[in-house]
Write a protein of this length. Structure first.
Lengths: 179, 390
């Protein structure tokens, strides 16, 4: 058992939903509301010092899990060379507390998740789209967002215009005009 | 603020010094920057989404297109993530060639960085010198893989094919000429008064701020944090090589410049050691469920023909699970988060793009400095927009 596992078990045994090691990396599943507290603990605990937030990402398990999304945080300890993967599971309408007060890098990475998955981070200072257009409709990385024809904003091509007029997605979900 | 006048200036997305389609909104007071807000997304092509619709091997070609100056680093993190998930053993010769090629990639990326960074702040001839050397490296890519830039040379379980004859001689040629060339760059810039004035004390970021902002790679090391994934979490066979981590002290543009130059020298050291120790042997995994047999075997054996057919039309099936793997790319820590649902296509792929994270703290570098320093700072943190927007 690694020291991280031990520390987490002694301090937060009631808050850990699941803990397992997969391919050499410790994975810890926790509730979204416990995220800032456990991250602060991991960051400040003198024997752990997870001071570097490598990566925040998410995955959509549509129709496979009770909680649709899994948000993944990869923490790294530069002094000790430890790595831990924190996971939290949420549904569309649930909010996750932001980590921007702990790591500045969380700002843009959380924005990307909001942009791609539509997950909201409560307390985030500037939660708006980052890679997609501000007026984009839908969240591209969700599994129910089709990977098909992209509706262009305008077209000079006659065939293209006719095609768009007939297109089946012309309706609520795929607006051809900007709101 | 009543008696002060601030102006908002839009820089980019079409600007020669933004290294691509980066747009920066600058709040200026006279020539002093109050706040800089980088705005990204102009090059978003949905690489991560597209990869979900391709088999693992097909999706490999898309990783080259992210950081197009370091295509083989992106290949490496992606194939190693799959190898970590599938627990594939890679032949030792393949590992050595991977090291040689990724270190050449580091040289490639740093050369383009040095040339464009110097061009941005006035040292125009640097670009020509740097591209002269870079040409040799792109020729190496072409030599081993047939493609000058988007090599896609690595495969799960090894390489696409062994290196052609004459590989060692070509690498030796680079090793022989390169150290003198680096001295040449240093001669042009390190003690150059204009260069020093433009970079020393510009874009300073402290070690704590850099860690907080998620800086990695040469940007973090420029601030004095000697953290390199090649040493701290040795992947591939980096633990076999003797090299040092270059680290700066002040965290300004000049230190980041010195760190990258030293890194180029260390890369050459690694390549030399790898070339000396380059063993003979296969360059592909012998597991035929992952790696296709040779052409001769396909043409002569029935079972090998079936393996080849299955791999080409169907691909391999990793076990269900998700892994995170990261390596030291020329820009910093590039990570790959991979989710497999047991099918032939990745369920979800996410890349932790070092450039994206590095540019997010841009305001910290330039706030309170002059407008001209913005140019120096963009060049200094070494971004590639293809990777930021993916």
């Amino acid at each position: 058992m690694t020291i991280t596992e031990e520390k987490l078990k002694t301090s937060y045994s009631d808050k850990i939903v699941e803990m397992f090691t997969f391919r050499g990396d410790l994975n810890v599943v926790i509730q979204p509301q416990d995220m800032p507290e456990i991250c602060r603990f991991l960051k400040t605990e003198p024997e752990l010092k997870y001071n570097f937030l490598s990566c925040i990402t998410a995955a959509d398990y549509l129709g496979q899990r009770e909680k649709r999304f899994e948000v993944v945080y990869v923490l790294f300890s530069i002094p000790n060379n430890y790595r831990v993967i924190l996971k939290t599971r949420v549904n569309e309408n649930e909010e996750i507390p932001t980590l921007t007060s702990l790591w500045g890098t969380a700002n843009w990475q959380e924005r990307e998740i909001f942009d791609m998955f539509g997950l909201k981070f409560s307390g985030h200072p500037n939660l708006k789209r980052i890679l997609m257009d501000d007026d984009w409709v839908g969240y591209p990385q969700r599994k129910d967002f089709p990977l098909t024809y992209e509706v262009p904003n305008f077209s000079f091509n006659k065939d293209e215009q006719d095609y768009r007029r007939e297109a089946p997605w012309r309706g609520d979900e795929w607006p051809t005009e900007k709101p | 603020m009543a008696d002060r006048e601030t102006m908002t200036l839009n820089m980019g997305p079409q600007h020669p010094a933004t290294h691509g389609v980066l747009r920066i909104e600058l709040d200026l007071e006279g020539e002093t920057v109050i706040e800089a807000r980088p705005i990204v997304g102009y090059l978003h092509t949905g690489i991560e989404k597209n990869m979900e619709a391709k088999t693992y091997t097909q999706a490999l070609t898309m990783t080259d297109r992210m950081d197009y100056l370091a295509p083989l680093s992106n290949n490496l993190v992606y194939v190693q993530a799959i190898e970590k998930l599938m627990e594939v053993e890679v032949p030792i010769r393949a590992e050595y060639i991977r090291i040689i090629m990724t270190e050449l990639t580091r040289l490639n990326s740093h050369l383009v960085w040095l040339g464009t960074h110097a061009l941005d702040i006035g040292a125009m001839s640097m670009l020509l010198y740097c591209f002269r050397e870079r040409e040799k490296i792109t020729q190496m890519y072409e030599f081993v893989s047939g493609v000058r830039m988007m090599a896609s040379y690595f495969r799960v379980g090894g390489l696409t094919n062994d290196v052609p004859e004459g590989f060692e001689a070509r690498v030796k040629d680079i090793l022989d000429t390169f150290p003198a060339r680096i001295d040449e760059y240093e001669g042009l810039l390190t003690e150059n008064k204009i260069w020093r004035n433009r970079t020393i004390g510009v874009g300073v970021i402290s070690a704590e701020d850099a860690i907080d902002a998620g800086f990695s790679g040469p940007n973090l090391r420029g601030s004095g944090v000697a953290w390199d994934l090649r040493k701290s979490k040795p992947y591939s066979i980096y633990d076999k090589f003797d090299f040092i981590i270059a680290a700066g002290k002040n965290g300004d543009c000049y230190d980041r410049y010195l760190v990258r130059l030293e890194e180029m020298r260390q890369s050459l050291r690694i390549i030399r050691q790898a070339l000396d120790g380059l063993p003979e042997g296969p360059t592909k995994s012998s597991d035929r469920k992952i790696s296709p047999p040779t052409k001769y075997e396909v043409l002569t054996g029935m079972e090998q023909l079936i393996h080849h057919f299955k791999l080409v039309v169907h691909g391999f099936l990793p076990p269900v699970g998700d892994v995170y793997h990261s390596i030291e790319s020329p820009k910093g820590e590039i990570g790959c988060y991979l989710v497999s649902d047991g099918s032939k296509k990745p369920y979800r792929v996410h890349f932790r793009p070092p450039s994206f994270v590095n540019i997010s703290a841009f305001n910290k570098l330039v706030a309170g400095r002059m407008l001209a320093d913005v140019i120096a700072c963009i060049g200094s943190i070494d971004i590639v927009l293809g990777e930021i927007d993916r």
